[in-house]
Design a protein around this ligand. Structure first.
Ligand code: DHB
Ligand code: MG
Length: 225
């Protein structure tokens, strides 16, 4: 939309129009989420494409996602995988997982995506005890109180060189306020504290504005030694 006073969303529309185009599967996913009453807290179209490109650029073959919601980001991540790639995504709410299953299948990504329902921390402990294939990319977009726990598991379950990505690490700037009344700030700040001078991880965070307002992604790479 033309505007003398462009908004962050106008720019996201411009980005999507030029760089991404129509995406019926993602539109259908958002419609399915809305019909089922899921909160509209998915990543944006532009951010979803960024996730897809990060998967491709890293040639990731085994992806772990924590926090499926309706499967929007799972579809994006799965699209970046090569033919033999797999995505495992963890969701607490069985109802959300059912919506995600439909959306992911409808997007043609069903064969490569497994959804495990339950508390992510327990599922992750089970994965660790089973000692499966290490992940080469982890995307965390779930309850912020447990971000520190998820970082621990992500590190234990990944290979050297793996990329770990956390959503919502800026929270319209509230992350810098230790007295913030936003209940999701303490868990987010704990993630940053853990990453300060971390012996095995190099990290940064990038602030973003757009359809999802002012927020950001934290990214960390597991050192190869
Ligand atoms: C919320 C959670 C998210 O993962 C997000 O991207 C935006 C908002 C929330 O819980 O409010
Ligand atoms: Mg999020």
């Amino acid at each position: 939309m033309q505007s003398a006073n462009p908004s962050w969303s106008d720019v996201d529309d411009y980005i999507a129009e030029h760089l991404i185009g129509e995406d019926m599967a993602l539109d259908a996913c958002l419609a399915g989420n809305s019909d089922a009453g899921l909160p509209p807290i998915d990543v944006s179209i532009a951010q979803g494409r960024m996730l897809e490109l990060l998967v491709r650029a890293n040639r990731a073959q085994n992806i772990l996602e924590i926090g499926t919601l309706g499967g929007f980001s799972a579809i994006c991540l799965a699209r970046g995988l090569g033919d033999s790639g797999k995505l495992l995504t963890l969701e607490l709410e069985p109802g959300y997982a059912a919506v995600a299953r439909r959306n992911i299948d409808n997007a043609g990504q069903g064969d490569r995506v497994e959804i495990l329902v339950g508390e992510a921390a327990s599922t992750l402990l089970g994965l660790l005890e089973k000692g499966g294939v290490p992940f080469d990319l982890v995307f965390v977009d779930a309850d912020k109180d447990n971000y520190a726990t998820y970082l621990d598991y992500a590190l234990k379950l990944s290979r050297p060189g793996a990329l770990l990505i956390f959503d919502n690490v800026v929270r319209e700037g509230r992350v810098v306020d230790p007295q913030s009344e936003d209940p999701k700030v303490p868990g987010t700040r704990k993630l940053y504290e853990m990453l300060k001078n971390h012996p095995k991880l190099d990290a940064t965070a990038i602030q973003t504005v757009g359809a999802k307002k002012w927020d950001g992604f934290l990214m960390a790479v597991v050192r190869e030694e």
